[in-house]
Ligand binder design. Structure first.
Ligand code: SF4
Ligand code: SF4
Length: 453
């Protein structure tokens, strides 16, 4: 059956040539029960629903996604919940459909975010065959990972995830480690980073702060987690409240975590290990923004539910941000709708005065609107909860990022910065304060012999 209307209206002329859409074929359904995962609570939006993308929705989605792009590159991105719960045949079918409908010049990039637990040889052979980039969720070494990334029986999942990773490696699948920054690992940035780099052989990694909002009323329940509890009340997570759960990372703490990793990275890994925020920050020195969170405006990172409902953003899968259903209205119209354009511009237009006069605004751009729920220094509502950490990160990295940007500008490679850092370190006294500014001596921190590669 050929899916749904694809004739776009005049709104479509305002559509971005390319956008990013996270499709959730199994809705928010997951085989794990990570305590901080408020996405689990989104099941409450579709009660009595099997949360499985039908063949008709799959076809409508892919046809419309391909039609809506005016660039040759199209990303087909799957996430959840846990997308592997759909079974391999669903993804085989999705690739067949893409092959059938893609234009002669269209190049498809497949991505999938997974907890890795169900990945076996069959899965990994398929992922390799179609060049999937797999985002694998790992929160660090076993004890840190297992604090919140647990199964439905409350057991840690690190061992199972490592098994999935080993299978991915055996099949030579490209892997990006996705690590949340939470109360359990936030004080151990370099340790987490070294684990990924040295134990897992990771070359690509991404750090995502856990900020779970709550009100005074919802906090006690929110602190228990977001999954369904037998006979218990269940909250639907929405972006409301100015409090955070005890699992959330602190604002300043987030900045220290990033700087701890950055100082380690500068001393041996520039050009060989890719940390998303570091790359994105360097791009911002050239006026380029590839990550919505630190771009001046957003609105080009949408989320598609299993039944074809399209939302403004994966962080705003809630009734007020539902744009419509792709079975009723073409995706392109929804992406280009005034509602979505307003959503994107609101990021810039709602900056606090503190942000507008901030000396790192062109790098930070106020962060993600979902995190703007505290008061600014001047008492203005709607300031970013992570501001202290973001400010610390951007100001701390400014001299070396500027130097790397200059190197690139001159036609050199950014990794030459490591020679300069080594020369600076050679002049540094062992008892001098560590340049990561955490108050410890260099010899016991980023200058410790065991920490060097
Ligand atoms: S709300 Fe945040 S995560 Fe969503 S598109 Fe905007 S910046 Fe990105
Ligand atoms: S560092 Fe803070 S004040 Fe500066 S732009 Fe970012 S959120 Fe706004």
């Amino acid at each position: 059956m050929l899916p749904t209307p694809t004739t776009a209206s005049s709104d479509a002329r305002a559509a971005p040539p390319r956008f990013h859409l996270l499709a959730k074929p199994s809705g928010s359904t997951c085989n794990l029960d990570c305590t901080y995962c408020f996405f689990l609570s989104k099941e409450a939006l579709y009660p009595n629903d099997a949360s499985r993308m039908s063949e008709a929705t799959l076809e409508a989605y892919l046809v419309q996604l391909l039609e809506a792009h005016r660039t040759p590159e199209v990303t087909v991105a799957w996430q959840g919940g846990e997308p592997t719960l759909m079974g391999l045949d669903f993804f085989r079918r999705s690739v067949e459909l893409v092959d059938r409908y893609k234009g002669p010049d269209q190049q498809i990039e497949y991505t999938m975010q997974t907890n890795g637990v169900l990945l076996d040889d069959q899965w990994c052979a398929f992922l390799r065959q179609h060049n999937f980039l797999v985002g694998l969720s790992v929160d660090g070494p076993p004890a840190m990972h297992d604090t919140y990334r647990v199964n439905r029986g409350g057991q840690g999942t690190h061992r199972q995830v490592m098994k999935g990773l080993a299978t991915l490696r055996r099949h030579d699948v490209d892997v990006n480690i996705l690590c949340t920054v939470n109360a359990a690992n936030a004080d151990h940035g370099a340790q987490v980073y070294r684990f990924f780099r040295d134990e897992l052989g990771a070359e690509f990694m991404q750090f995502i702060p856990i900020v779970e909002r709550a009100t005074a009323q919802t906090l006690p329940l929110a602190n228990q987690g977001w999954s369904e509890r037998p006979g218990g009340e269940r909250l639907l997570y929405t972006q409301t409240g100015s409090l955070v759960t005890e699992r959330s990372v602190g604002g300043e703490q987030y900045g220290r975590f990033l700087v701890d990793i950055y100082e380690e990275w500068l001393r041996g890994d520039v050009g060989t290990v890719f940390v998303q925020l570091f790359d994105v920050t360097l791009q911002a020195y050239f006026g380029q923004y590839s990550l919505c969170i630190h771009a001046p405006i957003c609105g080009t990172a949408l989320a598609l539910e299993h039944n074809g409902d399209l939302y403004s953003c994966d962080h705003y899968v809630e009734p007020n941000y539902l744009l419509g259903n792709i079975h009723d209205r073409p995706m392109l119209d929804l992406v280009a709708s005034p509602q979505q354009r307003e959503f994107g511009k609101h990021k810039r237009d709602s900056l606090t005065a503190q942000c507008r006069s901030c000396d790192v605004l062109r790098l930070c751009n106020g962060g993600c609107p979902k995190d703007r729920f505290v008061t600014s220094r001047d008492g203005e509502e709607g300031h970013n909860y992570l501001c202290d950490g973001l400010y610390h990160f951007y100001t701390h990295t400014q001299p070396t990022m500027t130097a790397m940007a200059q190197l690139i500008h001159q036609g050199s490679y950014a990794d030459e910065i490591m020679t300069r850092i080594a020369a600076d370190d050679a002049k540094r006294g062992r008892n001098d304060p560590c340049p990561c500014d955490n108050g410890t001596k260099f010899k016991n921190c980023h200058g410790a012999p065991g920490r060097r590669r």
